[in-house]
Design a protein around this ligand. Sequence first.
Ligand SMILES: Nc1ncnc2c1ncn2[C@@H]1O[C@H](COP(=O)(O)OP(=O)(O)O)[C@@H](O)[C@H]1O
Ligand SMILES: [Mg+2]
Length: 571
Amino acid sequence: MKKYFEYIKPQIPKMSFGLFIKFIGTIMDLLLPWILAFMIDDVVPTKNKSNIIFWGCMMVLFSILAVTANIVANRMASRVAMNTTQKIRYDLFKKILYLSCKQIDDFTIPSLESRLTTDTYNLHQMTGSMQRLGVRAPILLIGGIIITLSLDPILSLTLISVLPIIGYTVYKISKKGIPLYTEQQKATDNMVRVVRENAVGVRIIRALSKSDFEQQRFDSVNNEVTGKETKASVIMAISNPLMNLFFYLGLTMVILVGAFRVNSGFTQAGTIIAFLTYFTIILNAMLSITRMFVMLSKAIASAKRINEVLTAEEDLKMYPIDHVDNDYHIEFNNVSFSYNKKQNNVDDISFKLKKGETLGIIGATGCGKSTIINLLIRFYDPDKGQIRINGDNINSIPFNKLHSKFGIVFQNDILFADSIGENISFGRKLPNEEIEKAAEFAQAKLFIDDLEEGYSYNLTSKGTNISGGQKQRLLISRAIASNPEILILDDSSSALDYKTDAEFRKVLLNNYKDTTTIIIAQRISSIRNADLIIVMDEGKIIVMGKHSDLIKDCTLYKQISDSQMGEKQYE
Ligand SMILES: Nc1ncnc2c1ncn2[C@@H]1O[C@H](COP(=O)(O)OP(=O)(O)O)[C@@H](O)[C@H]1O
Ligand SMILES: [Mg+2]
């Protein structure tokens, strides 16, 4: 919540002004029943026409003022709430972009999504209603009590005796409600995760006829959310009927006591009418305060969740310069790393590449190939060993400098809902010639030229309106477009046909001589010309060397090669 107040601070002038208007409007509202009582008891009996008209006009004027002030103040409140949450959402989004991969793994993406949406919405609701009701409700409550006391103290005591019971109920309910809302939010995160997985995997789910299974899985998380929600709202829902009960109880008592007092001549009819109005005002104010408690409890839970992200410490620190003189471009020295810090996902990896050389990595799924890439681009820090680029430990290279060295196609990489040209340029404002050259090199030119709109052709989100192979060619265009110092292709050849793959390798050989390239592949044909080939298994390097040596010395490599013989014709 402390952090929240920092966001509210710049809005204080606007907010204070709005609250001041609200204050005036509320006072008017509060005075109206009093004027009514005064008219009935003191002005009307005099039968003085001009006096009656004067006070009547005053009442109309006060009502108009009260309504106008309320509307103006409410609009200002909305604006303050909007500005505050917009800033919070902006900062939150920015922070999420800079979270390390490990932090994103820990928070989980659905949870980050709901923090960005539901939680900021809860803050928005609370900021708005606090301004609308935060001043108004207490003034109506306290002012109402003071005025009724001045009108008839005995009647007021009747009314006031009900209030502590109501206050206690409100307190008890809210105290129970707050943890329930936190739990409900957690369940919602879980549901969002399942929906997300399904939305992403909808094709495979249909293809494998897993719809029923997924439906059941969704039902179970959906039921959990509903259960938690019901529990939270049942607790909160008790409050309204209970309030009503107290309200009518109080009202009955006021009428009974009031009738008795009018009969005995202690008080007048106008006072009783005003009293009944004040009683409604006071009770409504109490109800508003309950509602604020509910919103506040939700917002506190949300603020906490947002705060966790905003205050997450920088995970990947910048270390002091650590340089060794050697003529290697990329160097891994005994690098080990584990995602969950239990079992190493890559173990004691060492290799060296000179500038312009090509490394091929091959191995079964899950053996740690992509993890090597994640470490090289410093998505994670190794637990042991060092990684150097041009002799500099990568943990001492500023991120923008480090990342500008790479052109990468990730495994399962994505395209964005934008034009083909923009997807290749990717915010780097590359000139058209460079975009077209990259497309040509990546063997994408042919199919782009076939499109009526060419480079302006708009892709749908994740590029679902082009084929897998075409997608891969655009991803490769994007990676090579800025002539990177280091090019990484994680399993990008498997979506290409053998011929295109071979053509593309020829381009790399002829046009990207100075680019150090790392190719992760399933097929030996994709990496057979590499300067160094690493064969991996369960996080370890089993063997490394050139194709000609491996085919002689490594039975596993020879087996893989033999099983892929059919591709030979394209070599
Ligand atoms: N973000 C992650 N969190 C936890 N474990 C992971 C993560 N990414 C990969 N792993 C695990 O690390 C191992 C190596 O994964 P990866 O490097 O992606 O394999 P490959 O690219 O060779 O198929 C696998 O067992 C995988 O389950
Ligand atoms: Mg992989």
